[in-house]
Design a protein around this ligand. Structure first.
Ligand SMILES: [Zn+2]
Length: 120
């Protein structure tokens, strides 16, 4: 069964990345978890959002959860891990209302461009 653990190390890394790249997101509404025991063999990370029905019923703003799949993510190089964090952050729209940006925008070209900025 899949198990989820808080990932403060990834949160810290994401904060630094978002700051350096001037990403406008409200990081207090983006949470980071590490999962273990996923059946996903090739998935490195994924981005979840609270469904609108829950936002309405619980009277809360949308929150996003970036999940990294430990077995696949943690063995990658620093550069690859940085690119994955950028990738997942790009899925979160500036409006942060619960939707996602898709892979027409979250693409290698945009990720590489931002990663170059990150490395200065
Ligand atoms: Zn993606």
């Amino acid at each position: 069964m899949i198990k989820y653990h808080p990932a403060p190390d990834i949160e810290e890394q994401a904060k630094q990345i978002a700051e350096k790249l001037n990403m406008p997101h409200d990081l207090s509404r983006i949470k980071f978890v590490r999962s273990k025991g996923s059946q996903a063999k090739r998935t490195l990370a994924r981005c979840h959002a609270t469904p609108r029905v829950m936002q309405t019923a619980l009277d809360m703003k949308a929150h996003y959860i970036i999940e990294v799949i430990s077995e696949n993510y943690d063995k990658l190089s620093l550069v690859e891990r940085q690119k994955i964090i950028i990738h997942e952050l790009l899925h979160v729209p500036k409006s942060m209302k619960g939707g996602f940006r898709h892979h027409d925008f979250v693409c290698e070209k945009n990720i590489d461009k931002l990663h170059k900025m990150l490395r200065g």
